[in-house]
Design a protein around this ligand. Sequence first.
Ligand SMILES: [Ca+2]
Ligand SMILES: [Ca+2]
Ligand SMILES: [Ca+2]
Length: 248
Amino acid sequence: MRLPLLLALPGMVVIAGVMALAVVARPSLVAEGQASSMQQGAFELAIDADVENGNGACDPIDDEADVEAGATHQVAVCVLNPPVPIFAFLTRVVYDGQLNRAPELPDVLPALDDNPDANAGDTTFSSPDLGARWNCSGFGIYPPRGDDEYTPEKQDAVLACIPDLRDPDTTLVQGGPLAVITFQAVGQGDDHLEFDPTTEISGESTTIGTCGEVSPISCRDAVLHNAGGGPAVAALPEASPEGSPGRR
Ligand SMILES: [Ca+2]
Ligand SMILES: [Ca+2]
Ligand SMILES: [Ca+2]
């Protein structure tokens, strides 16, 4: 049984978070495809298809990676050159459930080490991390999900984070990894990982970038080349509806 995340959040945080991310509460946008051009120094989002190489997550950012069928593979969500400190974000990465599965983990407040796994808490990825006192329980609306059960039409890993407002220093002032998503390869083929249009980055008082039509920024997708084929070894549990909290 998952915690009622909303009840555990200070009301002020919930309100501020919902306000900051108001755009994501709208019905999902239909825009498909995002700019893929890379502009040096631009504010953008990217998926690092391979967190194992180089200096870790987002360094370098790989737009593709080879994955063995049945293997566990991690990708990172990276933000580059934010123009102001990041005060809240929601990232939603769409993938092909026939090729990959993102195992569901129990929600444990403040949900920093779930899947997707925020770059804060006990597990961090590369440096700098998000910093202290973030809360990624998604205001009770978007708890971390390997596959959001409220979007049954697609497989999408979602993570929404805000800082604890009691700590004014908790903002992400620099670029780097926001989160890492753990996938298990369950089929053979190319999985085009895409940012959903609801993906959003906010400053303290306003949206500063989305992968949709509001304040659009470059959102670079990535491809996982799953080789080997065949059904996956059931090494990791599938998303379990048993643990689903009520969304308010
Ligand atoms: Ca990399
Ligand atoms: Ca973590
Ligand atoms: Ca879904």
